[in-house]
Ligand binder design. Structure first.
Ligand SMILES: Nc1nc2c(ncn2[C@@H]2O[C@H](COP(=O)(O)OP(=O)(O)OP(=O)(O)O)[C@@H](O)[C@H]2O)c(=O)[nH]1
Ligand SMILES: [Mg+2]
Length: 320
């Protein structure tokens, strides 16, 4: 057996070292990545993915840690993919998460991976999706995907997760309004965390009002829950609602729909990945010529699209 065969066989047993190694191969674009993903894809398909999104500091990681504990108590293996956008605001997030998740560090039924978005467009989606393929193939019963709801990420989470939990905190009234357009349409469960702080009731009422206006096309009425994640309060109820939503998806055909939208998203991301990769390669190889073209566009001697088309003709897509 080759090294990759071994790694994949070990990952299928949820061996943490193999999972870590394969995560690095995927994340850092190392040799063997395409072959690994090809094989992993054929092994998966049963993943249950729950996205947890919301503003920075809302308590998402604390909640995730509680959900791991609850899931483990119920005999589930649990994987976590925490996406840390490389923004100055969340500089401490990875370390903080590590501390919060510490209690699960030695549990073989738990695998936690942090993923930096590195600020490139589509980056979250592509790497997160590929890591999801790995965790799915490894057969985790529950995969939790934590993303900060500050930009595109929270909308992308719906492409990857079957159930999306939107976590907010009391006193963010304006923030909720601002996020309404994007996030509040994709969440299946709303959670007011830090319910030990003042104004929790108001936050719940605000969300209930918003939910009552949302279309609920598939017959699911999103519940509004509360929690005090630091004390573990509310976790059981969240888990129940997650299960209820999953049953609803199975009964309504939502799972098949999700599978198809994930497949669509994976294929488009894969196409983008190949094009990006070969473009990068081409521009590096023809750096001088490329730089001259840029100067010409700058001097208005040629327009950007004409230059782009000329370079696109030279793309060697077998290289990406
Ligand atoms: N008072 C109170 N504090 C909480 C509660 N839940 C979490 N916190 C605190 O809020 C802070 C942020 O918690 P995290 O779990 O790191 O929040 P997060 O949403 O994962 O943060 P980012 O990943 O950085 O966006 C920590 O200091 C927690 O201890 C809660 O229910 N009540
Ligand atoms: Mg966090």
């Amino acid at each position: 057996m080759s090294r990759l065969d071994d790694l994949i066989a070990d990952a299928a047993r949820r061996d943490p070292r193999a999972l870590g190694r394969l995560s690095r191969i995927i994340d850092d674009d190392l040799e063997g990545k395409e072959e690994a993903l090809r094989r992993l894809h054929s092994m998966g398909g049963d993943a249950r993915v729950v996205g947890i999104t919301g503003p920075p500091g809302a308590g998402k990681s604390t909640l995730v840690s509680n959900l791991i504990r609850e899931g483990r108590a119920g005999g589930l293996s649990v994987a976590v993919l925490a996406v840390d956008p490389t923004s100055p605001f969340s500089g401490g997030a990875v370390l903080g998460d590590r501390v919060r998740m510490q209690e699960h560090a030695t549990d073989p039924g738990v695998f936690i991976r942090s993923l930096a978005t590195r600020g490139h467009m589509g980056g979250l989606s592509r790497s997160a999706q590929q890591l999801l393929t790995l965790l799915d193939a490894a057969g985790f019963d529950l995969i939790l995907l934590e993303t900060v709801g500050v930009g595109q990420e929270e909308v992308q989470v719906k492409d990857l997760a079957q159930t999306v939990i939107f976590v907010t905190v009391p006193g963010l009234g304006d923030g909720i309004q601002a996020m309404k357009a994007g996030v509040l349409e994709i969440a299946h469960i709303y959670l007011v965390n830090k319910a030990d702080l003042p104004m929790a009731e108001t936050a719940v009422k605000d969300l209930q009002t918003l939910v009552s206006f949302s279309p609920n096309e598939d017959g699911w009425k999103p519940p509004v829950l509360t929690s005090v994640a630091t004390r573990g309060e509310g976790t059981g109820r969240i888990m129940e609602e997650m299960d209820r939503h999953f049953s609803h998806l199975k009964a309504s055909g939502g799972i098949a729909e999700w599978r198809r939208s994930l497949a669509l998203n994976s294929v488009t991301e894969a196409i983008r990945g190949v094009v990006d990769g070969s473009l990068q390669h081409l521009m590096t190889a023809g750096r001088k010529e490329f730089s001259e073209d840029i100067d010409r566009v700058g001097r208005r001697e040629e327009d950007p699209l004409s230059v782009a088309r000329r370079w696109l003709e030279r793309l060697d897509l077998s290289r990406g």
